[in-house]
Ligand binder design. Structure first.
Ligand code: SF4
Ligand code: SF4
Length: 111
């Protein structure tokens, strides 16, 4: 059996796949937005003020977290893909994350 480096093997396996555009994939996602109840919130903006790296601005694949000019972290929960990363990504455990209420949230298309 031929030994191959992992990176080389991965490149060979993916070489014949069609190009993937994440933005196009996101267009196939449906959102049922709960306008009355945000399922994500920042617990304490003062803690964010002490958070030098602000990783939430980077780890969310949907760009839910943004920061205004005054430094306040804004939460666009309507775009949440429910990946769960913000339960572990905030170094200060300063994000309160719950699943949306029944009947709301993201709906993925399969097939
Ligand atoms: S990672 Fe957590 S503490 Fe830091 S800015 Fe984001 S929500 Fe605030
Ligand atoms: S659960 Fe995932 S998609 Fe939703 S806000 Fe957190 S990191 Fe973003």
């Amino acid at each position: 059996m031929t030994q191959r480096k992992h990176g080389t093997l991965s490149l060979e396996l993916t070489a014949n796949l069609p190009p993937t555009n994440v933005d196009d994939l996101l267009l196939s996602v449906k959102y049922y937005v709960d306008e009355e109840c945000a399922h994500i919130r920042v617990r304490d903006q003062k803690v964010c003020g002490e958070c030098a790296q602000t990783p939430c601005l980077d780890f969310c694949p949907a760009g839910v977290f943004t920061q205004d000019r005054g430094g306040t972290i804004l939460v666009g929960y309507q775009a949440c893909l429910e990946c769960g990363s913000c339960r572990i990504g905030c170094p200060y455990r300063n994000i309160d994350w719950n699943l949306p209420r029944g009947g709301y949230g993201v709906a993925y298309k399969f097939g």
